[in-house]
Design a protein around this ligand. Structure first.
Ligand code: HAM
Length: 424
């Protein structure tokens, strides 16, 4: 019987693994340039950690089961609750703000569709312990620089930004009762993916709003930030939130991101714990699902620990991002090839081959060769198939003379090199 992998799970053959590594090294390199420290946690957590804290959507997608000790456990569907738990345990002693990043593999039992799988790798970058808007700016800047490092600019991607505090004040102003805010958020969150009639229906039926309130809510989404200020600025709560969001945009502009960011009042985020700025990054053409999502979550730490610390961060998945990069020709399509391939004319050069290969590897070069002596033609064919940059030919005459012939594969040029120069 031939087995297959489970639906929504990927095999990483060497070419795909090279693509994954390309993305992950851009992520890690960017986070380190921003002086973030890498952490990780366990892939399996107590089920309780996600119930209530992450929101219904994620809870419905959990890989959850009872372990042999009778504990209710779940494979991590996201990293933020683990991060909150870890910082809650040891955060008191750490210098603030905490700047941490991680690249966990996450598991969600989603309906498999374009850009959505049942496992993915997610770059998480979070600042914990800083309530000021400058932390929100820092975090979004990391996300955008991660994409820049991969070759994606403002013509390729856009960050759509909002603030839940602004949305809350606008909705309250439009007549939404406080206890219906959750239902209204859920409808607004789906707005960009559904037609206007469906949104109306959700606001009426799921959120339980009357027709006048529904109209007042929908009118909010026709405005940009300046429009919201001129129409609703008389409401002190709205005016304060518009001010805050404007300073957020000013700081982003100072960092050079003005062409990458846009205000979008429909960005809410599906997760339950966000309390402030929220953002999602999309491909500019709007063909794919979100590449990245994040925001401020000031109450999560106190919900899972006895530490009260404000926090802001994001998660960027490798699936949608990988699709976009592949489309643009920005991903490697094969595994890395060897720097050197050593060819021996006769069995007699094999001891030298072994010595030379070890010496070159000791200097950090990658070296390949046939493990057993075979015909020279076959060795060259293999060197070609593996994409070696240079072939070192060891033959009896050259060895006696203490030299090797080195052929550069891309142009076929050959040169004689002293064996001592190669380290043998
Ligand atoms: P999220 O929006 O659930 O946020 O996920 C962030 C990103 O992970 C998405 O934009 C998407 O690219 C990717 N992603 C999520 N689910 C899947 C899936 N099933 N298949 C492929 N890619 C997926 C969070 O998880 C938050 N914990 C992020 C965060 C960190 N907020 C603050 N800190």
């Amino acid at each position: 019987m031939a087995f297959q992998s489970l639906p929504g799970f990927r095999d990483f053959f060497p070419a795909e693994h090279a693509a994954r590594r390309h993305i992950q090294s851009a992520w890690r390199g960017t986070a380190e340039r921003y002086a973030f420290e890498e952490y990780d946690g366990p892939p399996l957590e107590p089920l309780e950690l996600y119930i209530e804290k992450s929101g219904q959507e994620i809870v419905d997608q959990l890989y959850a089961f009872e372990d042999k000790g009778g504990r209710q456990v779940a494979l991590r569907p996201e990293m933020t609750p683990t991060l909150a738990r870890m910082v809650g345990e040891h955060g008191r002693a750490l210098p603030k703000p905490i700047r941490w990043f991680s690249m966990p593999q996450l598991f969600r039992y989603e309906r498999a569709q374009r850009g959505r799988l049942r496992e993915h790798f997610q770059w998480n970058v979070d600042v914990i312990g800083e309530p000021d808007i400058t932390a929100d700016v820092e975090v979004l800047s990391v996300a955008l620089d991660g994409l820049t490092a991969l070759g994606l600019g403002p013509a390729d991607v856009v960050a759509r930004v909002n603030d839940r505090r602004l949305l809350e004040s606008l909705l309250l102003g439009a007549g939404v009762p406080r206890d219906r805010l959750g239902g209204a958020y859920a409808a607004i969150d789906k707005m960009s993916r559904e037609d206007a009639e469906r949104t109306k229906q959700r606001l009426r039926e799921d959120a339980g709003l009357g027709p006048d309130v529904v109209d007042a809510v929908l009118a909010l989404f026709a405005e940009d930030l300046a429009g919201l200020r001129s129409i609703h600025g008389g409401d002190a709560a709205v005016a304060a939130e518009v001010d805050r969001l404007e300073s957020y945009f000013t700081l982003l502009d100072e960092m050079g991101w003005s062409r990458h960011v846009e205000f979008d009042p429909r960005i809410v985020r599906g997760l339950a714990y966000y309390t402030g700025t929220v953002f999602e990054i999309f491909d500019r053409k709007g063909e794919l699902r979100a590449i990245c999502g994040g925001g401020r979550y000031d109450d999560l730490l106190s919900a899972v620990s006895d530490l009260q610390l404000p926090a802001v961060g994001f998660g960027m998945g490798d699936v949608v991002l990988g699709e976009l990069l592949r489309e643009r020709g920005l991903l490697p399509t094969s595994a890395p090839s060897p720097d050197y391939y050593v060819v021996t004319i006769t069995e007699g050069e094999r001891p030298l081959l072994r010595r030379l290969a070890r010496a070159l590897r000791g200097e950090g070069r990658s070296v390949s060769y046939t493990l057993r002596q075979v015909g020279v033609g076959k060795q060259f064919k293999d060197a070609n198939a593996r994409g070696a940059s240079e072939v070192i030919v060891l033959g009896p005459d050259e060895v006696t003379a203490g030299v090797a012939v080195v052929r550069t594969m891309k142009d076929g040029t050959e040169r004689r090199v002293e064996l001592t120069e190669l380290g043998a």
